[in-house]
Design a protein around this ligand. Structure first.
Ligand code: ZN
Ligand code: ZN
Length: 377
């Protein structure tokens, strides 16, 4: 059984989900309860569960306030859901998680001794990024939906959540594997005079240059992942999504993520861009990559010819034969124009997404992760 089936069975809640049914508050209660419990876990085991690069930067009083608010809101939503819904499972789960988080010390758990581990899981990164993306994209997809009937919890959302969870938990390892080849193997190729000139430019100009350089590399790597059969085995995981939304972009094989990031970073490293400009690009790319997969009918107006939109990238995921191996650009549509790979029927959206080869594809995270290493997918 797929993870989806497990989840539906676990909650066993097939009652109506309309406004006032206690469904939304129930789901919110569970989600907030998970965030609250995760936050308390991070306070208990910061050595093991918090990203070393981030943990020193947290304004702790604010983080504690956030955890306290999450506990309170999870309990309140759980109570409201349980009062208005015949099946209490969601509400009770939310209240249970809030209660467990409180009993485990809540927001006031003391951090014992100095936190000094240099290798840890990124539970904090997972929780913060998921919270931020959900707060932005769930309302956005409700406000301007492309497919109105599509639910937040659509088929295989659990598989994509596991992809999101694992890639965030292993953030330190994947980041290291992405950066190490450039910094260790290619340090000899760096030219201080070039790096000095690049770094001396205004930051805004550097960010624009990073977008161009990064997308030129991404275009080449992305296209290679489509046309080289051994690479397509890994990238086909990303294209196996038959539903597009803000979570769908997370479905990426770790080999795909590390290879693409590592190769994209190489020219940026050699050119020696300012760290602040690289940081700004990272923030942009994390939101833009999620946005272009989202279930939103969003127009970017005058920006559309210059920046990849959801409609543009949705065509990259279309299962129709004429859309195959098209729209490789991640940020700049002009690249597909230049290289003759653009496909954007005026005003239209794809009818269906996915591999379109009629074959079944593994549905679980584990199945999708091991599939490329097997002889047959
Ligand atoms: Zn692709
Ligand atoms: Zn995609």
């Amino acid at each position: 059984m797929s993870l989806d089936g497990v989840f539906r069975r676990a909650f066993g809640d097939d009652e109506p989900t309309h406004a006032g049914s206690g469904w939304t508050t129930g789901v919110l209660a569970v989600a907030l309860g998970v965030f609250a419990a995760g936050g308390v876990l991070c306070l208990h085991m910061p050595d093991l569960l918090t990203t070393p690069d981030l943990r020193g930067r947290y304004p702790l009083p604010l983080v504690r306030g956030l955890i306290q608010a999450l506990i309170g809101l999870a309990f309140l939503c759980g109570l409201l859901s349980a009062l208005s819904r015949r099946r209490k499972v969601l509400g009770v789960t939310g209240m249970g998680l809030a209660l467990a988080a409180s009993l485990a010390g809540g927001a006031s758990v003391e951090i014992a001794g100095p936190v000094s581990s240099r290798l840890a899981l990124g539970l904090d990164w997972f929780l913060l990024n998921l919270l931020l993306l959900a707060v932005i994209f769930v309302p956005l997809e409700r406000w301007r939906p492309l497919r109105e009937e599509q639910l937040v919890f659509r088929p295989l959302w659990t598989t994509d959540s596991v992809h999101f969870f694992v890639s965030h938990l292993l953030v330190q390892v994947t980041t290291w594997l992405s950066l190490a080849p450039a910094t260790i193997l290619f340090a000899w190729a760096a030219r201080p005079e070039i790096q000095g000139a690049v770094k001396g430019q205004p930051l805004v100009l550097q960010v624009l240059e990073i977008v161009l350089v990064a997308d030129l590399t991404q275009y080449a790597v992305h296209r290679a992942f489509h046309v080289v059969p051994a690479l397509w085995r890994f990238h086909s995981v990303h294209h196996s999504s038959t539903t597009m939304d803000w979570l769908a972009g997370s479905r990426l094989h770790l080999v795909d993520t590390i290879a693409t990031r590592g190769l994209t970073f190489l020219p940026l490293f050699l050119l020696g861009f300012d760290e602040r400009a690289l940081g700004a690009y990272l923030v942009f790319v994390s939101f833009h990559a999620v946005f272009i997969h989202a279930n939103v009918r969003f127009r970017l107006g005058a920006l559309e010819p210059f920046l990849v939109t959801p409609r543009y990238h949705h065509w990259h995921h279309a299962s129709a034969p004429e859309a195959r191996d098209r729209n490789f650009a991640v940020h700049l549509p002009v690249l597909d124009r230049v290289f003759g790979t653009r496909h954007l029927p005026p005003g239209a959206w794809p009818a269906e997404y996915g591999l379109g080869d009629g074959r079944s594809f593994p549905e679980s995270w584990l199945g999708q992760t091991v599939a490329p290493f097997r002889r047959r997918i």
